[in-house]
Write a protein that binds this ligand. Structure first.
Ligand code: ADP
Length: 230
């Protein structure tokens, strides 16, 4: 068990106005090693909110979030940041690569706070292997501005994997790519899930991308339902 949500709910209250927006309603889900799932649903249905809670970037209003069996309430912010950095890789719609750094420097950024010396030492080797497997090994000294959107997004996959996470969370990873680059990235994410047995949760509008995962969940009216399962 990597991450477990136990009956979590989330609502937002608008300050000063008596309105409450219920987004997630008593959702329970467990993500295990090697799982591959996607979450689809209408815009505004709470997909990003759910993904952020799975990644401990946001907290539910009620319910319990556990990482590797431990309630995250038992950790302080610093401990949680360390656990997150060691266990979870993130991919967002926009690549958020740092424009002043080269590709190799960018993908090594998450290793900076890494305390595990052996991981840190092997990070460069791992970065080169991963960049090779996503077809970017000859571009390592280029800056993001010199690369295509698809290439930048493939670099973010490497950055997400650099600390050997158990789980990768991707929020609309193909949202700003053309069809060919989106297809290529979808294949890459599916290959990575199988090759490294890293669990993967993808939030997407694209049914093509969603279908690349083993199970498709639909988020609707605050509830998460399985739509297709292999
Ligand atoms: P999705 O990813 O499915 O488009 P989101 O999780 O981004 O949906 O948002 C779900 C709902 O919660 C939306 O109605 C959105 O406006 C609202 N929401 C998200 N973040 C906040 C926030 N920080 N404050 C208030 N409302 C928010």
């Amino acid at each position: 068990m990597i991450v477990e949500l136990d009956s979590i709910s989330k609502y937002y209250e608008n300050e000063g106005i008596i309105t409450r927006r219920d987004v997630l309603n008593e959702i329970s889900i467990a993500i295990n090693s090697g799982d591959a799932l996607s979450i689809v649903g209408p815009s505004g249905s709470g997909k990003s909110t759910l993904l952020n809670i799975l990644g401990t970037l946001d907290l539910p209003t009620s319910g319990i979030v556990k990482i590797k069996g431990k309630d995250i309430h038992d950790f302080n912010e610093k401990q949680l940041a360390e656990i997150r950095n060691n266990n979870i890789g993130f991919i967002f719609q926009l690549h958020h690569l740092l424009p002043q750094l080269t590709l190799i420097e960018n993908v090594l950024v998450p290793t900076i706070p890494q305390k595990d010396k052996s991981i840190k030492k092997s990070a460069m080797e791992r970065a080169m292997d991963l960049l090779d497997s996503v077809g970017l090994v000859d571009k390592i000294h280029q800056r993001p501005g010199q690369l295509s959107g698809g290439e930048c997004q493939r670099a973010t996959v490497v950055r997400a994997l650099i600390n050997e996470p158990n789980l990768v969370l991707a929020d609309e990873p193909t949202g700003s790519l053309d069809q060919d680059s989106a297809d290529q990235l979808g294949e890459l994410l599916s290959d990575i899930n199988k090759k490294y047995n890293v669990a993967m949760v993808i939030v997407t509008h694209s049914l093509d991308l969603a279908k690349k995962m083993d199970t498709i969940y639909k988020l609707d009216h605050g509830k998460l339902n399985v739509t297709i399962s292999e």
